[in-house]
Design a protein around this ligand. Structure first.
Ligand code: CP
Ligand code: NVA
Length: 303
């Protein structure tokens, strides 16, 4: 539907919109920590549709909406008509007539696009097989908090060229930072941007050299569980461990969207070590998504 602003992939926001979103996130976080009320979405409602499991996404959206003065409803495929063949377009028309915002976690990006095309309210991507833009919003915000501007910084993505990797590729293009990707043969990204900010490296060592941020994710994402055994063999050399972190910039930080599989894609020593910012990163999902919901409903912050 026309004139409805959705967030289906990272590139749905411009650089200016992102700058103002991160500014609003800082304000919202500060107020929350000071126990100050920020009820900009009083009486507004969010519907959350989950077709895959979640801890962080559900909590951060549900609690975030309540902290903004609104409320939310959780739907899953098992006990709604969504799992019984009601067309996505019809579900979108009905659900969007009853609420102000919709967040969806599903398999195919196409489903969320069909939903958005038929929704009269903004739709947010809470993860698809192809993208995880809310997580990368939180990750970029965390980087800015820890290290200042991300422009011209170097981020190393080690592992699967999955939904997270795709959202990082879009973020690098818009926010103009260097993204070094290293994945095992057969799991490389196919969609590197033309601007040259994203580069592929056949070995993780080369990708992390001088990186300000090293980040990774599980070897088998949700929906790819059947490939777990095969992937464990293929990804062995793409583990983020102390030796790999030692090759990044001296003050490099480590991020993981979580949940993590310790001693697979990352060692406990790294995820629990001094360079890891994963708990701040997880918390920032809450703050950044509150800013996102506010922005989609009320427009970019003027402050
Ligand atoms: N990182 C993330 O999206 O976590 P959940 O799967 O727990 O929502
Ligand atoms: N790439 C992971 C992220 C989980 C938050 C998955 O899709 O399962």
């Amino acid at each position: 539907m026309k004139d409805v602003k959705h967030f289906l992939r990272f590139s749905d926001l411009t650089r200016e919109e992102l700058d103002s979103l991160f500014k609003l996130t800082s304000e919202i976080k500060k107020k929350y920590k000071a126990f100050e009320r920020h009820h900009t979405l009083e009486d507004r409602t969010l519907v959350m549709v989950f077709e895959k499991s979640s801890t962080r996404t559900r909590l951060s959206f549900e609690l975030g909406m309540s902290q903004l003065g609104g409320s939310s409803v959780y739907l899953n495929t098992k006990d709604s008509q969504l799992g019984r063949g009601e067309p996505v377009a019809d579900s979108a028309r009905v659900i969007s007539r009853m609420c102000d915002l919709v967040m969806i976690r599903t398999f195919e990006q196409e489903m969320i696009e069909t939903f958005a095309n038929n929704s009269s309210v903004p739709v947010i991507n809470g993860l698809t097989d192809q993208h995880h833009p809310c997580q990368v919003l939180a990750d970029v915000f965390t980087f800015i908090e820890k290290k200042g501007s991300i422009r011209d910084a170097t981020v190393a993505w080690i592992g699967d060229s999955n939904n997270m990797c795709n959202s990082w590729i879009e973020a690098a293009e818009i926010l103009e930072f260097n993204l070094n990707i290293s994945s095992p043969p057969g799991y490389e990204p196919t969609n590197l941007s033309e601007s040259g900010c994203t580069k592929f490296f056949p070995t993780p060592d080369a990708a992390v050299r001088n990186a300000d941020l090293v980040t990774t994710d599980v070897w088998a994402s949700m929906g790819f569980e059947e490939e777990t055994k095969l992937r464990k063999l293929a990804f062995q050399k793409w583990q983020v461990n102390k030796a790999l972190m030692a090759q990044a910039a001296k003050n490099a930080i480590f991020m993981h969207c979580l949940p993590a599989h310790r001693e697979e894609e990352v060692t406990s020593e790294v995820i629990d070590g001094d360079q890891s910012v994963v708990w701040d990163e997880a918390e920032n999902r809450l703050h950044v998504q509150k800013a996102l919901m506010e922005t989609l409903l009320l427009g970019p912050s003027k402050s």
